[in-house]
Structures are given as C-alpha cells and as structure tokens.
Write a protein that binds this ligand. Structure first.
Ligand code: ADQ
Length: 776
C-alpha cells in the first residue's frame, strides 16, 4: 500500500482495505483523491460517504455477519467460542474506532474544499491585467436586478437617471444607493434647469485610467456567487489577463459553447492551471478590443429588406472574431425562435403614452443579438419602414441597453464602448448620446459611429417634427436644413452626421460621391464640413451564408453545391435546375442573365427595361427578382407575359430564389444609377457569375473591368447610366461567353478567389472605432 501514501496522516490503509472487501462505501473512500478537493462532485461524494459509512457501521445485520464469521474463524483456530466472541468484539470495537477516524478525516477534507473555494475567490479578486488596471468590463457588472431596484416607471425626459456614472461611489447594495447617487449628480437636464449637473470628471482621457476608476466603483453586482460561478470567474479572470474579450458566463451556457468548454464541470482547480493561458492566442484586435453595440432597423436572417440587413448580420460577427465584445440591437418584429426573453421589463412614458419594452436575447457566433420587444414593432414585420418614422424606433432606449440588458449575466456598461448606428433610421442615436448624456458629463467615453448605407433616404419632414424627438430646444439647429426643392425642413440624417463622432460609408467611391451635389442628395455640404471624420470601407460578405460550397439553398430540387474545382459541372447543374424551376427551356448553351434587387430608381431597372427589346433579339434568357415600385413590378410581369420563352419576372422577396439565381445565372446585371457599395455583385463573383455593372460607388470599387489583353478583371463596367452603354457592355460580355470560353473561365475563377470576406473590412472598422475612442 505504499502507493496509498497520499492518504492523510492517521489513516490506516489496512483498515480501509479490509473494509473495502466488505462495504461499498469504503471502496469509494479508497477512490477518494485529494487532487479533486475543489470539485462540487467530490464534495457531494464526501457527504454521501459520511452518511453511508455511519449507516453501515450502525446496522445490526453487518454486526451479526461479522460476529458469525468471527466465531467460525475462532473455531477453525482451536479457540473456545467465548474467547472467539471476545476477540470479535475487540476487532469490532477497533474497526468502529478507525471508522470514526475516517469520519474525522473526511470532515477535514470538506474543510479543505471550503478553503480551496476561498482561495479561488481570492485569486480572482487579486489578479490584474497586464496594463496594470482592472478590466473595463468589471465596471459593467451592474445586473438588471440592481437597476430594477433603482428605478420605477420613468418618463422619457429622465433618461440617464438610472445610469451608473464614472467616478460615483456606490456599492453592494445597488439599487437604492445607485439611484441616490445618480439623482444627486443628475438632477435634471440642462434645458430643464439652469443648474447644470455635476458629473464627476474622469482623471484622464486614458481609457485604462477610466476603467480603473470605474472598476473600483462598480462592485454592485447583485449576483450571488455559487461554486460554479467561482470557478467560472476564475476562468474569466484568466481570460481577462490575456486581454481577451469578456465572455458571457453564467446563464446561457447552452448558447455559449466556448464558455462551456472552458469551464470544467467538476470545477477541478487543476484544470485552471494558469500556464494554460499561453495556449489561448491573444485576440486579433490586441489592445484595441472594445465593446461595440450595433443598432439597426433590420438584421439578417431575422428581418431583411436589403443590404443593410446583410451588413447588420455579418459585420458584428467579423468584429467578434477579432476579439471585440459585440452586441446587435434590433426591433423584435416577430417571434424569433432563437431569442430568449431576458426577463427585463422597462416601462416608459412617451408623449404621455405608457409603453412596456422587453428584451430578448440570442448569442450566436460570438455576438449578442438583442431584440427590443415593444407593441410598436408588432404586426409590421412585412412593412418595417411603413410606420411612423419618428416613433417606430425609440433610440433613447437603445442607449440604455448597455445598462439594462445583461448578456450572459453581465451588462456592457459604458466604458470602452462604441455604438454603430446605421442609416437615418438610427441616426438619432448619436444626437441622443450627446444631448442626454455627454452634454451632462455622462457616458463621456462612449462613442458613436454613423454608417451611411444610402444617403437618398434621410428622414425628412416639416420643421415642426422637431417637437416629437424630445430634445433641448437648441438642438433644432442640427436638424434644420434648407433644401432648394422643399425649403427649410427637418432632417434626421443631417443631425446624426453632425453629432456622430465618426462617419463611415460603405465604399471609397461612395465616400467621394457623397461630397458632390449629385451624390450627396442635399447633405453634401454637411459631409464636406465633416470630411475629417468620414471613412469609406467596402462591405464584405458573409462567406458562410454566401458560398457555393455550403449554400443550403443548393441542396435540393436539382441544385448542387460546387467549388472552384467543380465549377463547370456544378454551375451548369444549378443553371439547369433554375431553368427547370422557373419553367424556362433547359439549355446549357444559352446565356442566363439575372437581376436581383429593390425595384426603384436607384437600381436602374428602367435601363434594363429599355434594353429588353435588344436583349430579346439575342439568344438569351433573363430572370429578374425584385419588389418595390408598383409600376416597376408590373413591368416585370409584362416582360414575362410578352417573352414567356425567355423572361421570368419574379415579383416578391425570396432569399432562396436570390441564392439560386446567383448560382444558376451566368451573368448578373447591376445598372444602378448610384450604388453605395452593392452586395449582389460580390455574391455573384463568389459563385462564378459575371457582373455587368454601372461603374459607380461601390460597383466601381469592386468590379475591375475585364482586360482581354492581360486576361485580368472580373466583369464588365460601363461609365454612364445609359441604355446604350449597358447594351455595349452586355454585348461584349455575351461575345466572350460564346466565343472565348477560356477567358470566361478565367473571369469566373478570378472572381471566385477574391477575398470578399468581412475580415478585412472589420479591421478597417476597428481603426475607426479606435480613432473615435481617442478623439475628443
Ligand atoms: N426581391 C428580393 N428577394 C431576395 N433578396 C433580395 C431581393 N431584393 C434584394 N435582395 C437582397 O437584398 C440585398 C441587397 O443588397 P444591396 O447591397 O444590393 O442593396 P441595398 O440597396 O438594399 O443596400 C444598401 O446598403 C447596402 C449595404 O451597405 C449597400 O451595399 C447598397 O449599396 C445600399 O444601397 C442582397 O442581399 C440581395 O440579395
């Protein structure tokens, strides 16, 4: 039994071995390894053993069996029964004594378990990050319940009253203390009172200093630490030390697979060996990791009317891959299966009306998707932009999300935080951030970035609309804009562009066009004035969603997945499947031309319409998918009626059909009059479909024209939005398709191998986030 040396002193292993032969509980004792003293399972085992051993030792049956065996043994050795009886009694007594010792040792082990727990907790509390400051998100451990306590129904003008403020002191009794401190500091908004609030200034503009200040302050988590929590927090601490982003920890393990893997079920402390840190690579963003909240009106796959939905669904994942902690906030238009009710309820008065807002949450691919559930969003799923443009998306609530919505049990907080708003629908967010918070010394380190996906839609209205947005009177100047057509009016995009810390648009070409009177749609002067904060970043694509190898819509009804290696066979199979599905003649040799997009002026549908007579004179097939202006929808139906053997006009919004056209078509037409970026041409290239585009905005940036002498380029472009130019470019494209098969294949392969992923774009967004963070 030399190997049993790990038993605590005082344990006679021979007793244990003897007992092991007779009693199951003792066998378990032999298996008891001090190495695992930190685990819950072992703790339970010890308690279980304690009860079983005492039960066994006290049971008459056991005693009788031992007695009769002792008599038989004595008889066999030639002793008298009386002597044998005494010996048995003695042996029994000795065994009981030793069992008592075992019990004492087990108690001791339990004590050790408790001490290891304390140790875990104290390690967690003392570890600091390599920068020498505590991690920023420590400050954000303000749980919903603490905020719930802190507030009752609030008025729209009381925003900020339930906001933890940098530098304020409050501690573990969160709610009331928090409320008290905040009301001391934020008595009222400046336009309501001549007494300005007195926010605590941060000691420096260095983020980490700020973090340190706030981290000391916000120990107000109402969370009760269970043993599991302790172990998780230890892991959390090691992650933090490696400057990894905060990971949701407790409530949603099933969704947070990574986290689950990281936390050993039995809480084995040995598994938390700090040397394991080395195995985790640092985040790609390095020291630039931030908390990012992207706010949008739509987000694929839940709700999508166009390219904004795609961007809101995929940019966040790319930022998360770089190590940022990322949340997307969108309205909950429908019942989305993945999203769980967080149980956070807020009541607000807006315009005298009572509203309740709930928050739903889903954690997917490293991103917290938060859905705002409110009566105003219900029943508009199929017409999300059809309601009252001023009240449909209450952006004041979005600004409170970092404090109200605990993702993975931990709120984001306002340190090291940037909001990314998208288009005019969310352009009020930078304005509210300024008016309600920054002007009052709150959220001093939170930044806002506004992304222009399409400047043509601006949220215009009469100047009187200003009364609805609930802002201090002097803010009207941000909104007022003189327009040669409409005169002086109220313009939400204009205000957002002025108030945002940074502005991004979705291509370099478009960032240039925005500054011209033709491309700026009345906002060019403002954009020129704020040129210093404008960047152009070309969109990426979601290479999982849009990939011919993986595309789920190419796995039935004759469609097949294909790659660059199986391009010729796979693509022609998809083409045949598309022709079959649409009822067109199934012919491999005929060039199949596709169009997918909103039917409006922007997309140049009228140019296609004018080119249709010429096209019908060619041996081609044309498939158009779109919704929008009723007259253009009718045009699609008319083309199909008149050229039934060559044209299909699909009026409707069908993601599946969009994927199938992208795979089955040979050519994609995009004669857009303006195109900030354009995604369909990027999808087309990835599927070996050749784009023919008007060289404007993002189309010019992304479609390098074919050069037959150098065998370079990925498509055809034309420089003026005119039918003749479209016909000329398409004519050259058709000629190459028919007569220069090798060049055609070269075009396809160059497009397919381009890096179109979001990863590069995310890196550029990160530069903007960092620039915003350090700007004043
Ligand atoms: N009927 C239909 N059925 C199914 N799917 C359909 C469809 N109509 C369009 N789509 C899909 O919607 C998306 C449209 O994206 P785009 O970028 O081409 O245009 P959009 O003008 O909406 O976006 C704006 O924002 C994006 C994102 O920044 C910019 O790229 C763009 O230039 C700018 O105008 C694509 O995913 C497309 O497949």
């Amino acid at each position: 039994m030399a190997s049993m040396g790990s038993f605590p002193a005082g344990v006679d292993s021979s007793v244990l071995v003897r007992s092991a032969n007779r009693h199951r509980p003792s066998i378990s004792i032999l298996a008891y390894r001090p190495r695992k003293v930190g685990g819950i399972a072992d703790g339970h085992l010890a308690i279980d053993l304690l009860s079983r051993v005492s039960l066994c030792n006290g049971c008459g049956g056991g005693r009788r069996r031992w007695k009769s065996r002792g008599i038989k043994a004595a008889a066999a050795a030639g002793s008298s029964p009386g002597q044998a009886d005494d010996e048995v009694e003695d042996t029994l007594q000795a065994t009981i004594e030793k069992s008592k010792k075992v019990l004492a040792i087990q108690k001791d082990l339990l004590q050790q378990i408790a001490e290891r727990k304390k140790l875990v907790s104290s390690i967690k509390n003392t570890l600091i990050d390599p920068e020498g400051s505590e991690q920023p998100y420590k400050e954000s451990k303000v749980t919903t319940s603490s905020l719930e306590d802190a507030e009752k129904t609030e008025d729209a003008t009381e925003l900020g009253k339930d906001l933890p403020v940098n530098g304020m002191s409050f501690d573990a009794s969160p709610g009331k203390q928090l409320k008290a401190n905040i009301s001391e500091n934020v008595q009222s908004m400046p336009w309501q009172s001549s007494v300005a609030p007195a926010p605590e200034p941060a000691s420096s503009n260095n983020f980490y200093n700020e973090s340190k200040n706030t981290a000391e302050v916000t120990t107000s988590s109402a969370k009760t630490s269970t043993e599991e929590d302790l172990n998780r927090e230890l892991k959390d601490t090691t992650i933090k030390t490696a400057v990894l982003p905060d990971k949701p920890s407790s409530k949603e393990e099933e969704q947070h697979e990574d986290s689950k893997e990281s936390y050993p079920e039995d809480g084995n402390v040995e598994a938390e060996d700090p040397t394991n840190e080395d195995e985790k690579p640092p985040p790609l963003a390095g020291a630039n990791v931030m908390n990012v909240i992207i706010v949008a009106a739509e987000c694929a796959p839940w709700v999508k009317t166009g390219g904004l939905g795609d961007v809101a669904g995929s940019l966040p994942k790319a930022l998360a891959r770089r190590g940022h902690r990322v949340m997307v906030v969108i309205p909950r238009y429908g019942n989305y299966a993945e999203a769980q009710d967080l149980g956070v309820r807020k009541r607000y008065k807006v315009d005298g009306q009572d509203f309740e807002v709930n928050f739903f949450h889903s954690y997917i691919d490293g991103v917290d998707f938060v859905f705002i559930d409110s009566s105003v969003f219900r029943h508009v799923e199929n017409n999300i932009y059809g309601g009252n443009r001023l009240t449909t998306y209450d952006l004041k609530r979005c600004l409170q999300v970092p404090w109200h919505v605990p993702c993975g049990g931990v709120c984001y907080g306002d340190g090291n935080l940037a909001f990314i708003a998208n288009d005019w629908h969310t352009a009020l967010l930078p304005v509210y951030l300024k008016a309600y918070y920054r002007d009052n010394g709150l959220m001093q380190y939170t930044r806002s970035i506004l992304v222009i996906h399409n400047i043509a839609h601006q949220g215009r209205g009469p100047v009187d609309d200003f009364s609805v947005v609930d802002l201090p009177p002097h803010y009207i100047d941000l909104f007022k804009l003189y327009d040669p057509v409409g005169g002086e009016h109220f313009n939400i995009f204009a205000a957002g562009l002025k108030a945002a810390d940074r502005v991004v648009t979705v291509s370099h070409g478009y960032s240039w066009e925005l500054k011209t009177s033709e491309g700026g749609w009345g906002l060019h002067e403002i954009i020129n004035e704020h040129d210093w904060k404008l960047s152009g970043i070309v969109n990426g694509i979601d290479t999982k969603e849009w990939s011919p190898e993986l595309d789920l819509h190419l796995q039935s009804e004759g469609y097949v997945n294909y790659s660059i290696d199986t391009l010729q066979t796979g693509k022609s199979q998809c083409k045949a499947a598309l022709q079959k599905e649409l009822g067109l003649p199934i012919r491999e040799d005929v060039p199949l031309i596709g169009f997918i997009g909103r039917l409006d002026d922007q997309k140049g549908v009228d140019l296609i319409a004018e080119a249709v007579p010429w096209m019908m004179g060619q041996d081609v097939q044309l498939v158009m998918l779109g919704t929008g202006r009723p007259d253009l929808e009718e045009l699609l139906r008319k083309f199909e009626r008149e050229h039934h053997d060559k044209v299909r006009g699909w009026v409707g919004f069908s993601v599946k059909t969009a994927h199938r056209i992208t795979a089955g078509a040979d050519i994609l037409l995009m004669p857009s009059r303006f195109e900030p970026c354009g995604l369909n041409q990027l999808y087309a290239m990835r599927y070996g479909t050749i784009p023919v585009v008007h060289a404007v905005g993002g189309l010019r940036d992304t479609v390098e024209p074919f050069n037959p002498f150098e065998e370079s380029g990925v498509g055809w472009t034309f420089s003026r939005a005119e039918t003749g130019e479209l016909i000329h470019a398409l004519g050259n494209c058709l000629l190459t398709y028919r007569q220069y098969k090798e060049s055609w294949e070269g075009l396809q392969k160059r497009g397919m191998t381009r890096d179109l992923s979001w990863d590069r774009a995310a890196q550029n967004y990160e530069d903007v986030l960092v620039a915003a963070k350090y700007q004043w």
